[in-house]
Design a protein around this ligand. Structure first.
Ligand code: MN
Ligand code: MN
Length: 228
């Protein structure tokens, strides 16, 4: 599904996206208030399961944004688009509100330091632990609880012709976080992995438009750069 604000691959058997991908730059940023208008995505095909605002209620899991609300606040329409339920996965509150949020904030900090970012995020596996204990699914089995939540961020200095500016020295950060309440509460950097690792556990080929030689070099590395 290609929306003006982000693109996503939806998985009807999981009741969530496989992944959501978006561009983060100052052009997407503004002062629009958080809309909080969680709702079913009307653009899913007829006959598909459609999570709605209440589908996660009482589950012990948060409606965790993949594309963050705070990455899209230049207009009401842009912010509201992040509250479509196709942009949500069930996340443990400690993951959503602390460790996952920490990396979201880091990405916005990098943007504020003169960068633009290409970000992809999703969940894989089955079985997480929220405030009501472990669960494989919620909403009567319609929504799979991922065991892990992952994200990849490609960080470029602001400029044009982005794909052609990606080199083997481009900073790429991949993270893989457990979807439970014990997830480290302060430091996202402990959860860095290689893109190759995420390709193995998800089955996807990320960064596939990057020339294969550069892609291979970027994907085998695990970032160890500054985390502030
Ligand atoms: Mn969140
Ligand atoms: Mn790849």
């Amino acid at each position: 599904m290609e929306k003006p604000q982000y693109a996503l691959s939806y998985n009807n058997s999981k009741g969530t996206a496989n992944w959501v991908s978006w561009h983060l730059s100052t052009a997407w940023k503004g002062n629009t208030e958080r809309q909080d208008d969680f709702r079913a995505d009307p653009d899913l095909p007829a006959g598909f399961y459609k999570a709605n605002s209440g589908s996660y209620s009482g589950s012990g899991f948060d409606r965790g944004h993949l594309c963050p609300s705070d990455d899209r606040d230049s207009s009401i329409a842009d912010n509201s688009a992040t509250f479509l339920m196709t942009n949500m996965i069930p996340q443990s509150p400690n993951l959503n509100r602390i460790t996952w949020l920490g990396f979201e904030s880091f990405c916005r900090d990098k943007m504020n330091q003169g960068n633009e970012l290409y970000i992809i995020a999703g969940g894989y596996g089955q079985g997480g632990e929220g405030t009501s204990g472990p669960a494989n699914t919620i909403d009567g089995g319609n929504i799979t609880v991922p065991s892990h939540c992952w994200k990849i961020a490609v960080i470029l200095p602001v400029g044009g012709n982005d794909l052609n500016r990606i080199t083997t020295d481009t900073r790429v950060i991949a993270i893989d976080m457990p979807n439970n309440q014990e997830v480290n509460q302060t430091f996202w950097g402990d959860y860095r992995v290689s893109v190759d690792f995420l390709e193995i556990v998800t089955g996807f080929d990320f960064l596939s438009k990057v020339p294969v030689g550069i892609q291979d070099a970027l994907e085998e590395k695990t970032d160890n750069g500054p985390t502030q």
